[in-house]
Design a protein around this ligand. Structure first.
Ligand code: BJW
Ligand code: ZN
Length: 244
């Protein structure tokens, strides 16, 4: 029932914005942060993805990122990434905002992509020496932990940790994308702000809002349609009915 309604809405809409989270990459084999399998060595993401955790134990935090880089390197985009990439090219005005750092949307060829939490394949200087961030796709990481090519100090993953500000240009682009006809949440627990606030902004601006998630989330009761099933199945199903 929800799928029919969402498919019909998408057919009628010109401006579509899709916000994705870790669940869009589950079928690729990338673990989510929360829920089953979301823990790494008994650590919660809130204990590892912070500047304080890195200051306390950079080795431990880098080990977590090295493990994830190795895992993600062997993963490929799944049908959910593929459908989203196709829509990003075929729909009149389609924006994709992702909280994921795995770059699987990039590898699927997504257009108009806004990566609000950075990329696991980029690094920056922990000391902020002034050198630009750089891309590093090496697996395994050698030397370990990696160092800054500009000053020789400790490098850090160029991702956004708790308590850190998102890039202002990304926030502006994401807020701009809230002016749309359909705002679709895919595979996000909708608990991490400011990304979790975007659906409310889209709703305020008159968008039809929908969620695709295997579980219910804090916004399930607030969106117009909540579909509780795997994103890769739902999106493939909608794509079959949807000819832009
Ligand atoms: C499937 C599926 C399938 C599975 N199909 N579905 C307002 C209110 C309260 C708190 C705050 C607030 N504003 C700011 C805060 C503080 C904080 C915050 O939000 N805290 C909350 C946890 C309470 N936010 C921040 O600190 C942010 N910065 C900020 O606001 O700056 C301004 C500021 C500065 C200083 C002080 C105050 C304000 C930064 C947030 C950065 C988050 N970073 C991380 C790590 C990125 C790097 C890395 O990857 O290592 O981003 S944390 C982690 O959570 C990661 C994710 O992008 C993010 C969201 O997680 P996501 O994607 O939703 O994944 P899961 O695992 O939670 O959910 C997966 C979902 O998929 C589940 O629901 C499953 O059911 C589903 N699923 N398989 C469909 N096949
Ligand atoms: Zn440096």
């Amino acid at each position: 029932m929800g799928i029919e309604e969402l498919a019909a809405r998408l057919r009628q809409s010109r401006r579509v914005t899709i916000l994705t989270g870790a669940g869009v990459s589950t079928a690729s084999g990338v673990p989510t942060f929360r829920g089953p399998g979301g823990l790494w060595r008994q650590c919660r993401p809130e204990d590892l993805a912070t500047p304080a955790a890195f200051r306390r134990n950079p080795h431990l935090v880098w080990e977590w990122y090295a493990w994830r880089r190795e895992l993600i390197a062997s993963c490929r985009p799944n049908p959910a990434h593929d459908v989203i990439a196709r829509w990003s090219h075929e729909l009149d005005d389609c924006r994709v905002i992702t909280q994921n750092v795995d770059d699987l949307h990039v590898r699927a060829g997504t257009a108009n992509l806004i990566r609000v939490h950075g990329s696991i394949w980029a690094m920056s200087c922990w000391r902020a020496c002034g050198g630009s961030p750089w891309r590093d796709e090496s697996v395994p990481l050698l030397p370990f932990p990696p160092s800054c090519p500009h000053c020789g100090g400790l490098a850090r993953p160029a991702v956004v940790w708790f308590g850190e500000s998102l890039d202002q240009a990304d926030i502006d682009a994401a807020i701009h994308a809230c002016s749309c006809d359909v705002f679709l949440l895919v595979g996000t627990s909708s608990v991490v702000y400011p990304a979790a606030g975007l659906v409310h902004e889209a709703r305020r601006r008159g968008a039809f809002t929908a969620e695709i998630n295997v579980d219910s989330t804090p916004v399930s009761s607030e969106v117009d349609v909540a579909i509780h099933a795997p994103a890769e199945e739902v999106l493939t199903n909608i794509a079959k009915r949807h000819t832009p």
